[in-house]
Design a protein around this ligand. Structure first.
Ligand SMILES: Nc1ncnc2c1ncn2[C@@H]1O[C@H](COP(=O)(O)OP(=O)(O)OP(=O)(O)O)[C@@H](O)[C@H]1O
Length: 222
């Protein structure tokens, strides 16, 4: 379990998170949903160990990978060279990079291995960032706004990918304010507003995608 317990975070006099608690189990795809500036990036950064809260703690029973909203890969290096750097940083054998069972091969990046990051489409860039975050074989994957700035087709591909990673046993926590993609990807969602978790919701998988999307719009707005 990845367990955020009573997290409080302030920037000066601004309280961004107040006693926020949430859990993610392995095999689950969970969303922190909320409008802009509600503290989603702050919460995920705390989960990834990049920020320290004033109060509360994150307990984890495994490794955590993080995919930031902005591209964290080196634009002028190829996909392979970027991933080799990540493999080295994770102390993983570089000879495993792009092997058939590697995350990057399973993410469909093999035919793009020699391409510079700067030449990739938004969707492929996101896949490369996910592959980098998976290089250390984490048990949990945190993703900040994985659908931002993607076209609809790429958004749908990434939604499917998140569900697949969860079904392979990873615990996924992503942030988003995109109701259609939250409806497509999240088995559970936490609504973050005014520094608090306002609701925890499990969208009914028996409902149509349109109906689930409509209900999420009611919760978080468009
Ligand atoms: N380093 C910082 N110093 C001061 N204020 C900050 C800092 N980082 C974020 N904030 C403020 O904290 C609030 C929450 O920011 P955060 O980026 O966590 O929200 P968010 O929900 O991820 O927003 P978005 O969807 O726009 O990315 C915002 O008002 C932001 O301006």
């Amino acid at each position: 379990m990845l367990n955020f317990s009573q997290i409080t975070k302030q920037y000066g006099s601004l309280t961004v998170l107040k006693d926020v608690s949430l859990q993610v189990a392995r095999g689950e795809c969970v969303c922190v949903a909320g409008a802009n500036s509600q503290g989603k990036t702050t919460l995920l950064s705390i989960g990834a160990g990049l920020l320290t809260p004033e109060k509360g703690r994150v307990a984890k029973d495994g490794g955590v990978g993080f995919v930031p909203q902005e591209n964290a890969l080196l634009e002028e290096l190829s996909v392979r060279d970027n991933l080799l750097l990540w493999y080295s940083a994770c102390r993983k054998k570089t000879s495993l990079c792009f092997r058939e069972d590697s995350p990057e091969a399973r993410l469909g990046l093999s035919s793009f291995a020699k391409q510079k990051i700067s030449r990739l489409s938004g969707g492929m860039k996101k896949r490369a960032s996910i592959a980098a975050a998976l290089a250390g074989d984490p048990d949990y994957l945190l993703m900040d706004e994985p659908f931002a700035a993607l076209d609809l087709e790429s958004k749908e591909e990434i939604s499917l990918l998140l569900r697949q990673l969860a079904s392979q046993g990873k615990g996924i926590l992503f942030s988003s304010h995109d109701p259609a993609q939250i409806a497509a990807a999240a088995q559970r969602l936490y609504v973050l507003r005014d520094a608090h978790i306002r609701q925890e919701v499990c969208p009914d998988p028996a409902l149509s995608l349109e109906e689930r999307t409509r209900r999420i719009i009611e919760l978080i707005g468009r």
